[in-house]
Ligand binder design. Structure first.
Ligand SMILES: [Zn+2]
Length: 305
């Protein structure tokens, strides 16, 4: 299941690249109609090539035509200051052309697929952070222990019932050091061991990644739309970029809700602080009681005990 979902991600990449090529092509045609003429000539020459090959004629004439078109296209691109491969399909991974596999006779997993598998596992944090290792002896306060155990029980059943959970999303709040990240990682691990894709990312890295994508001309937000479970930790630590941060988080939450995918969010901020930082709209998405179960941890910082 996890592999199948990774392969779905590859398909999403291919679709994104195909759309991007279409967009570049249309823009180029608008900028310089000769690109369209060349494309039409090329199409005709390729059809002719098919006929010539079937008839057993020497195809050199056609190959010459095709090279002339390619050269003219290259010349035009250069004159317009566009990259040579502007009108060609681009790949996130040129090795496997975003299929995840290389090799003709024997297909083998591409290095990028291996990396994704590792990242998927590594993305679930410390391997010791799992429900089985929940350590009651860390708690000196009985009320705090009872409260945290209740949260743990709920989250463990969430992970066991996944994806058929009562609530689509979970919102976990509480001051630092109460064990939020431990619980989130435990959920991600269990969900992934049950065969679903689970990705954990802290809000800081999430926003940095999406913004780095802007400068690389890539839409990286889309990658966060696909895992069956996304754990967004430490909301409130990310940089507040005008017209970016709030909009991106809102888009993420909306899209995942619309796709019926589960999102687990955690923050050290209080409801008041969240409202001030993100505004009413995002806050109501985060804690919307129709889709979301809110859990609040309270007590002493366990790291200090
Ligand atoms: Zn690859």
């Amino acid at each position: 299941m996890a592999l199948k979902e990774l392969l779905n991600e590859y398909e999403a990449v291919r679709l994104r690249q195909r759309d991007a090529l279409q967009k570049r092509t249309q823009e180029a045609y608008a900028l310089c109609p000769e690109f369209k003429e060349i494309a039409d000539l090329r199409k005709a020459a390729l059809m002719e090539l098919g006929n010539v090959m079937r008839s057993g004629e020497d195809p050199k004439r056609i190959h010459d035509k095709l090279s002339t078109y390619a050269a003219r296209e290259k010349q035009l691109l250069k004159a317009l200051g566009l990259p040579e491969d502007h009108l060609q399909m681009q790949y996130d991974c040129p090795l496997c052309k975003d299929t995840g596999y290389v090799g003709e006779a024997r297909r083998e997993p591409c290095a990028c697929l291996q990396r994704k598998k590792i990242a998927l596992r590594a993305g679930q944090g410390d391997p010791n952070e799992r429900f089985e290792n929940f350590d009651e002896t860390l708690f000196s306060d009985a009320t705090q222990l009872a409260r945290t155990k209740k949260a743990r029980e709920y989250l463990e059943s969430f992970a066991n019932e996944f994806p058929n959970t009562r609530w689509q999303n979970v919102f976990l709040t509480g001051a630092p050091g109460l064990g939020k990240t431990f619980l989130l990682n435990a959920v991600a691990r269990r969900v992934s061991e049950r065969g679903f894709t689970a990705q954990t990312v802290c809000a800081y890295n999430f926003i940095r990644d999406v913004v780095a994508g802007f400068s690389a001309g890539e839409d990286r937000l889309g990658a966060y739309f696909t895992p069956a479970l996304l754990v967004l930790d430490d909301i409130g630590t990310e940089p507040m970029l005008r017209n970016v941060t709030v909009e991106t988080i809102n888009a993420l939450l909306n899209e995942r809700l619309a796709r019926g995918l589960h999102t687990l969010c955690a923050t050290n901020l209080t409801t008041e602080q969240l409202k001030e930082r993100y505004g009413e709209r995002v806050l109501s998405r985060l804690i919307d009681t129709r889709h979301c179960c809110s859990i609040k941890l309270e007590g002493k910082n366990l790291r200090m005990v």
